[in-house]
Design a binder for this molecule. Structure first.
Ligand code: NDP
Ligand SMILES: N[C@@H](CC=O)C(=O)O
Length: 376
């Protein structure tokens, strides 16, 4: 049986769902001759690890307990007396992750899985690459920081997977990699790449207030931890940057033209997120409704569109015909049109659920299975 040691960073909506998927797939994976050995799980402050990363793992009862503790809003410290594990607190975290990566990286190998929404994981991920580990990301921040970090993370292409960073579980990165590796140059990508903003546009079209829809999107697990990451366009800009860099464009986030749906006075530096959700959002209801009604009166709809073409990198609202590919989108679906030599007149179109814990975690799990050949 092939064994893949795995350390999970981030135990929020996506991370917990990943643990549930791993447990639910035990039988399937054993038929495939693979076992995912979860050796550690950490959140922002603590980490729970197996007593000996070489020979032991966190068993499924303990993983379920991790999920239970985290979904109740408690700390992983509460697992101190539950089963065979050790719990470490904040100052030791990065060092402890690196210690495990050092032990396993050059022996059995290890998959370091980032389901956090933090930029603090970038250092440990890049060290893990040097230590011979694989990295699997749902977190977009490590790939959208400096070009130096990006180049480091992708320096061993067989050892990195990040399908869920764009379009959640949709096969966007894999499809682009296949097209590029066949020498077919991609010259234009256009799409709607935010589950949250897609959901918002179609629900507000249906008559619901913007503020209510954003809160619903948060409860459904579509938004980033702070929904302003979605509403500012920054989350889509990160996806645009990931795609542009995949196409070989050596650019940074400041090359992406971004349209925000809220004013600077409601930004994270000015207002705490709870304040924004309760008091800020309702102030935006009228303006968004007016914009949508105006488009509707001309038979159009509003969609938040991502465009990558030549040296144009733009994310923002566009008014589009209701019966266009993007105009027909409903709910949290994403759609992506890829134009290349082979897909010139008719683009390659990828469409489907583009956000949510289930599909995102499924994408992460498929990525982990995809690197199984690198493990003994
Ligand atoms: N939801 C979706 O539809 C999609 C999400 N993604 C990406 O998946 C990631 C996770 O999203 P989601 O689960 O919704 O986010 P959550 O906010 O629910 O969870 C984030 C988790 O990361 C932990 N964390 C924060 N900082 C660190 C750190 N430095 N080291 C380790 N863990 C840390 C948090 O810890 P604590 O509990 O202590 O706060 C929390 O457990 C995000 O990057 C998001 O962009 C990608 C595609 C789709
Ligand atoms: N917040 C994101 C989640 C996926 O990346 C979105 O709404 O698309």
């Amino acid at each position: 049986m092939k064994k893949i040691p795995l350390l999970l960073m981030g135990c929020g909506g996506v991370g917990r769902q990943l643990l549930h998927h791993i447990i639910a797939c035990r039988l399937l994976h054993s038929k495939l001759g693979v076992r995912l050995r979860v050796v550690g799980v950490c959140d922002s402050k603590s980490m729970v690890v197996a007593p000996d990363a070489f020979t032991t793992e966190l068993d499924d009862d303990l993983l379920l307990q991790v999920c239970k503790v985290k979904s109740s809003g408690s700390s992983l410290q509460n697992l101190n007396n539950f089963g065979e594990c050790k719990v470490f607190s904040s100052q030791d975290l990065a060092r402890k992750v690196t210690d495990i990566a050092t032990i396993l990286g050059n022996s059995t190998g290890m998959a370091l899985v980032d389901c956090s929404a933090s930029s603090e994981t970038i250092g440990v991920l890049s060290q893990a690459v040097d230590l011979g580990c694989c990295v699997v990301l749902a977190n977009k921040k490590p790939l959208t920081s400096s070009l130096e970090y990006y180049d480091k993370l992708v320096s061993q292409p067989r050892r990195i997977r990040h399908e869920s960073t764009v379009g959640a579980g949709l096969p966007v990165i894999a499809s682009i990699n296949r097209i590029l590796s066949s020498g077919d140059p991609i010259y234009r990508i256009v799409g709607s790449l935010s589950g949250t903003l897609g959901f918002v546009m179609s629900e507000v079209e249906g008559g619901k207030p913007f503020s209510q829809v954003i809160n619903a999107a948060k409860s459904l697990g579509y938004t980033e931890p702070d929904p302003r990451d979605d509403l500012s366009g920054m989350d889509v800009a990160r996806k645009a940057l990931i795609l542009a860099r995949l196409l070989g464009h050596h650019i940074n986030l400041d090359s992406v033209k971004i349209e925000s749906l809220y004013p600077v006075e409601m930004g994270p530096d000015v207002m705490p997120v709870e304040d924004f959700l309760v008091n800020g959002l309702p102030l935006l209801d009228k303006d968004i409704k007016n914009r949508i009604d105006k488009a509707s009166s001309s038979g159009n709809v509003l969609r938040y569109v991502c465009l990558i073409e030549d040296s144009r990198y733009e994310v923002g609202i566009q008014e589009l015909p209701r019966d266009s590919a993007l105009g027909r989108l409903r709910g949290s679906d994403n759609v992506l049109e890829i134009y290349s030599r082979c897909y010139k007149t008719q683009p390659l179109v990828i469409q489907g659920a583009g956000a949510g814990n289930d599909t995102t975690a499924a994408g992460v799990l498929a990525d982990i299975l995809d690197i199984q050949d690198l493990f003994p």
